[in-house]
Design a protein around this ligand. Sequence first.
Ligand code: DOR
Length: 442
Amino acid sequence: MGGYFDLILRQGKVVTISGIYVSDVGVKNGKICAIGDLSAETAKKEIDCTSLHVLPGVIDSQVHLREPGNDHKEDLETGGMAAIVGGVTSVFEMPNTNPSTTTKEAFLDKISRAKARMHTDHAFYVGATAENTDKLAELEVLPGCAGVKIFMGSSTGNLLVHDDETLERALRSGKRRIAIHAEDENRLLERADIAKNSQNVASHPEWRDVTSALLATQRIVALSEKTGRKIHILHISTKDEMEFLSQHKGGRITVEVLANHLTLAAPECYEKLGSYAQMNPPIRTKDHQDGLWKAVSDGTVDILATDHAPHTAEEKAKTYPASPSGLPGLQTFVTIMLDHVNNGKLSLQRFVDLCCHAPARVFGLRHKGFIRMGYDADFTIVDMNKSFTVRNEQVKSKCGWTPFDGETYKGTPVMTILRGQLIVEDEKILSQPIGKPLEFDV
Ligand code: DOR
């Protein structure tokens, strides 16, 4: 077959900003260049999408891929494989590697490590520390940088900026949106004995309690208001924070929620998974989960992400609190969320808004996130009627396990296309890694 187009997706249910329409989509040179009736056209490659939905490529704006320093848990290659097989075409990677990504040198090292090894397009955050606040403005504009990340509470790795004075200095350095892990370090320290004296992971949400999260969120919102700096508050886990944020939203403050917090709830998750369910901020009770879903519905939440945080099964099996915090989630993200769509928890349009349109809008990502003329031809093609059973054996992530082993979800990605190239079909990777650094309006 020849013709003008490199690729035509035929007769899929195409999810656009203004609705879902049955349409053809034409691709040339990696870009979307026709949306409509292309029945008179041919292309080098044509894919029949009848009965499938064509989504913009899913963007995960919070993942931990562990390279350099902890490549035994994950690396850029395996993490990229987990993403692309799971239907994710772009990822923003976190700076709590070893060394932490806090200098230009460490940042450029990640960019070069990703080259020809990552299957997804990618950006890397730089981490704020007390020492690099005066450098953040120049670091955040490096090509391929997703912006600055601040840990207000200690988590995996040693990044931490917890006092208001240093936080304010960081917020005054640069102008892009800063991503914030909001847990109050002083309160975590005051309550550390709760974890130390317990051998039960069910204490985790008691140690890192609702107040620890709420206090930090309130402090960073106040600092954002004081400095005028845009912030993106990551992985909100409590209904209390959502109530507070719904009163303080606006363009300056954006909010993320995680698939894990929407899917798992205490105490069942700790009874079933033990320390394999341990993460920061913790998975909490159902009333908090209900509050998060309400915030998804009422618009308080802007972005949905995974916080994919792989640790090996051996590490996770240690007795609490020696067990590390974090769960892998990249490969299962889309199927789990499509199951929530099938169960009526959110619409498919809202899902696409949360992890395609919104990451592009919130972070100023160029030519991604929408099925729109001239945009990159990234597509997550899904079958809303196909059931998928998750198995540890299918896991591409180097950690080799998933908290969702044995679970069956209805709705699953069946093809992933990056810049016009079919990369994955039915879980099989068909190409060499072609991922490139993402571009932002800065
Ligand atoms: O549970 C978590 N794990 N929360 C974080 O903030 C970091 C992450 C990790 O890197 O393991």
